[in-house]
Ligand binder design. Structure first.
Ligand SMILES: [Zn+2]
Length: 108
């Protein structure tokens, strides 16, 4: 006997006979002067009307991207800047990569 997969009906406010399928998409958001892509967002999409419904975790991730651009202006003492450049060079990383690496490992 064939296993019947239960379809999730569309949740649109407008009348729609479609059903939802699960997808992972890149979600584009507009921030001030540019468009940023939020990668790998989980979404339920209607096969008929195309309306998308975002699970709580996906909405949270999108909000995070809206609030934090990932660009940060940082002031350092010249000596610390120099030390950081030396360490980055030693690891064959850019300054940006080195700061990312150090912060990722410090904030775990
Ligand atoms: Zn629909």
């Amino acid at each position: 006997m064939e296993k019947k997969v239960k379809k999730i009906p569309c949740l649109s406010d407008k009348p729609c006979d479609g059903h939802l399928t699960f997808k992972r998409v890149d979600y584009a958001i507009k921030l001030k002067d540019k468009t940023v892509s939020v990668p790998n967002i989980e979404v339920w999409e209607c096969n008929l009307c195309g309306e998308r419904f975002y699970p709580y975790e996906a909405s949270k991730k999108i909000d995070l991207y809206k609030e934090y651009s990932g660009r940060l202006m940082l002031r350092l003492e010249p000596e610390l800047h120099w030390k950081l450049a030396r360490v980055a060079n030693k690891h064959h990383r850019s300054l940006n990569q080195e700061v990312n690496y150090l912060l990722e490992n410090t904030l775990k």
